[in-house]
Design a protein around this ligand. Structure first.
Ligand code: ZN
Ligand code: ZN
Ligand code: FE
Length: 756
């Protein structure tokens, strides 16, 4: 019998050993390069129930993707044995990092256990994996545990097939394993127990850098306003929310609202950050998540966190250990130097982190996870592709970079890498590609990249020697990403609402209706083009988009409107912007849905300038959630060439008039969301009439907006559409590489991509 999937390093062989014993079978089990191989002999009914139990009772971290059986002549074995690893290709999969299991947790808090309060406790059912693995096969010498020689007690567990720690590669104890150390910022060790010392410092309102699974966090008492503010000041982070960590679900219900799905997601071994609605009158410092309806919350993700949270904090701020826009620090010396001006002390240890991993971020949408960032806890889990394909490396976009490598019918999306304009992130992307190729043991046949000629990922892809490349249009990749994770094939209508993507006509696309599949697409609808005054500057300053839209209706008279977002614009700047718009200078056309939300946010007085990506839309959504539903705002639909064009100029005119007439901004924000959804559903209806295509895929960064997603899905389902959304990878550019990979896998002709 051969089993493939995540079956190594997760206690699979001891599980088989015990299971065989229970079913009175004889034979053996061993690891191979592809997974696990079993030979078993016994009574037919015992063999049948054994086989069934393999799937139904598998260890918690195991994922079986394939189970093949063949009959053989009995070899006349006398007992059941665990054999040394056999040969075969290296195709086994590596497990993601996960939180401590219930058995280890019980030992952690058992004062008679030899691992009492030992922060590096683990077993085959739990602990670090991807972050510590340096190569394959997954074996202790190829992990960052290599320098630690096991003591006799640990060695005995490691060698005992009946133990939970049989071949647990990171197995360790206080005698032989990694150790904690608390040091002051000036590199002097703080006397006493490092954990007690850390709790004391946090209680005093100090900032402590804590080494986690995939990098450093900056921790501070979340109930201490002054301390949180100081952290913001030192991190140079104005408004972007900080993540929280609380000891258990009950503690979370003290400051946030929680439904069943959210509770389950939070408690899973992946330990993501979930966005939870704030509870009125909570005791969390207001500067944790200003102007935001949500808290990002996670439960402890390592034994060390479990121990820290025993310090009776309602919650700790646990934000990435970096200065804004830099990657999270994960190597000790680098953390020391980069976080020196931020942290008062460092809680560190001597188990090295090999792969940098940020925390994953999810929100719940209609009972399913909606990923905003897919990283620690989920990587390197594969996504099942619609069909086996040639191996592809896809390098993703630029701002939320992540790469994807395919092997057979599996797509492996890397951890979140971040903005490639930061040199450290670009270097990290290159390292990740090398590491993933080694772990998966594949050599891609083609490299897929974005159509944007100036993306740094494009430049990287074209630099790789001796391999053909394929340029994929940004929104086509979004469509394919959503189709692929839903296992779809055949014509689908993609509603792609996005911030920025390079279009086939050179314009900045982002409010797109694409009819197609992995082989190609037709742009059957779009949001009308509007000027993006100042290019990238308009992304940072949403008031520019408001002016661009209002200019279409009011011309130069727009500045007579008494809107707060206009009051801030000085006389000189007004002149410059008007000239830009009138002469089309430095004002590329865009159909971006993200910018449409920016314009609405600015007009409604939510935000004229942003300090982090997506801020205006996030705050607009928060405002809309407080508003009353009402009549949709007007929009215009026309046919140009063979394409439908939605024009929102009437919407902005009515919105402005009603706002000036005293209609609450929250109600207008709510109606704005509903109107965008209605406009999209109307286009879908028209496209269905002409094409007969009834299946709609929703993708693009704008679908991180839960209110809009909700409105869209409801409207489309009511009209009888079959609607697909993202559940496994982010709808934003973090999921882009998956789509690129499948498109390249299905295209056997190199560039140019054929348009049907
Ligand atoms: Zn465990
Ligand atoms: Zn030991
Ligand atoms: Fe995008």
């Amino acid at each position: 019998m051969e089993i493939e999937g995540i079956v190594q390093g997760v206690g699979f062989r001891p599980f088989i050993y015990r299971l065989a014993d229970k079913h009175r079978l004889r034979g053996w089990v061993r690891n191979t390069g592809r997974g696990v191989q079993i030979e078993a002999e016994g009574e037919p009914e015992d063999l049948a129930s054994f086989r069934k139990a393999i799937s139904s009772e598998a260890p918690p971290l195991a994922v079986i993707t394939e189970l093949r059986c063949s009959e053989q002549v009995p070899a006349g074995e006398t007992g059941f044995a665990i054999l040394a690893s056999g040969g075969g290709e290296s195709r086994a999969m590596i497990s993601p990092d996960c939180d401590v299991c219930p058995d280890c947790l019980a030992e952690l808090f058992d004062s008679t256990d030899r691992r009492y309060r030992y922060p590096f406790i683990n077993c085959t059912n739990c602990g670090p994996r991807y972050s510590i693995i340096t190569g394959i096969p997954y074996d202790r010498p190829l992990t960052t545990m290599a320098p630690f020689a096991m003591c006799p007690a640990c060695r005995a567990e490691y060698d005992d097939p009946a133990s939970r720690r049989f071949h647990a590669q990171p197995n360790a104890c206080p005698v032989c394993g990694p150790r904690l150390r608390l040091s002051a910022a000036v590199e002097t060790d703080v006397a006493g127990d490092p954990l007690d010392g850390t709790v004391r410092l946090l209680r005093e309102g100090r900032i402590v850098a804590v080494k986690g699974v995939g990098g450093y966090h900056l921790a501070v008492d979340a109930g201490n306003e002054e301390a949180v503010r100081e952290l913001r000041r030192r991190k140079q982070r104005d408004e972007k929310p900080f993540a929280l960590m609380a000891s258990d679900l009950e503690e979370i219900t003290g400051f946030a609202l929680l439904d069943e799905t959210e509770a389950r997601l939070l408690s899973g071994t992946e330990r993501p950050i979930a966005l939870l609605r704030k509870k009125e009158g909570n005791t969390i410092a207001t500067s944790v998540a200003p102007a935001n309806g949500y808290f990002g919350v996670m439960l402890p993700a390592t034994p060390l966190h479990h121990l820290l949270l025993q310090g009776n904090f309602s919650a700790l701020v646990m934000t990435s250990g970096n200065v804004t826009d830099e990657p999270i620090a994960f190597r000790d010396d680098e953390a020391r130097s980069r976080l020196a001006g931020i942290a008062d002390a460092f809680l560190i240890h001597d188990r090295e982190i090999y792969a940098r991993l940020d925390d994953s971020v999810v929100r719940v949408f209609q009972g399913n996870p909606l990923f905003l960032r897919r990283s620690r806890g989920y990587v390197p889990r594969g996504v099942l592709l619609p069909a086996p394909q040639r191996s592809v490396l896809a390098v993703g976009g630029e701002l939320k970079a992540a790469v994807c490598l395919t092997r057979g019918d599996q797509g492996f999306l890397s951890q979140h890498i971040g903005d490639l304009k930061n040199a450290a992130n670009l270097a990290s992307l290159e390292e990740t590609v090398v590491h993933m190729q080694r772990l998966l043991d594949v050599k891609p046949e083609v490299v897929a990249h974005d159509l944007h000629p100036d993306y740094l990922s494009t430049a990287y892809a074209t630099r790789i020697p001796g391999i053909s490349t394929l340029a994929v249009q940004h929104h086509h990749a979004h469509l394919a990403s959503c189709m692929a994770e839903n296992g779809l094939d055949g014509e689908t209508l993609g509603v792609i609402f996005d911030g920025t993507g390079y279009g086939l006509d050179g314009a900045i696309w982002g409010g797109e209706f694409l009819l197609g599949d992995y082989r190609g697409f037709r742009r059957v609808g779009q949001f009308s083009y509007v000027s993006l005054p100042g290019g990238d500057a308009a992304v940072r300053e949403p008031f520019r988009m408001a002016i661009s839209w209002l200019h279409r209706t009011y011309g130069a008279k727009l500045f007579d409107l008494s809107l707060p977002c206009l009051a801030e614009v000085g006389e000189t700047e007004r002149g410059i912007l008007l000239r830009m718009l009138e002469r089309g200078l430095n004002s590329p056309p865009t159909s971006s849905c993200g910018r449409l939300f920016d314009a609405a946010a600015a007009i409604l007085g939510v935000r004229s300038r942003i300090s982090y990506e997506g801020q205006a839309a996030i705050e607009l959504e928060a405002l809309a959630e407080r508003g009353m539903p009402g009549a949709p705002l007007p929009f215009a639909l026309s046919a140009e060439d063979d394409r439908l064009v939605v024009d929102f100029a009437p919407l902005f005119r009515t919105m402005t008039e009603e706002l000036l007439a005293g209609v609450p901004a929250a109600n207008l924000a709510r109606r704005f969301h509903a109107t965008v959804a209605l406009a999209a559903a109307t286009v879908c209806d028209e496209v269905r009439k002409n094409s007969g295509v009834n299946r709609v895929a929703l993708s693009g960064g704008v679908f991180q907006n839960r209110l809009l997603s909700e409105e869209m899905v409801t409207l489309l389902r009511a009209r009888g559409f079959d609607v697909c959304t993202h559940r496994l990878v982010p709808p934003n550019d973090g999921g882009l590489a998956l789509g690129q990979a499948v498109i390249a896998g299905w295209s056997n002709a190199p560039f140019p991509q054929s348009l049907r």
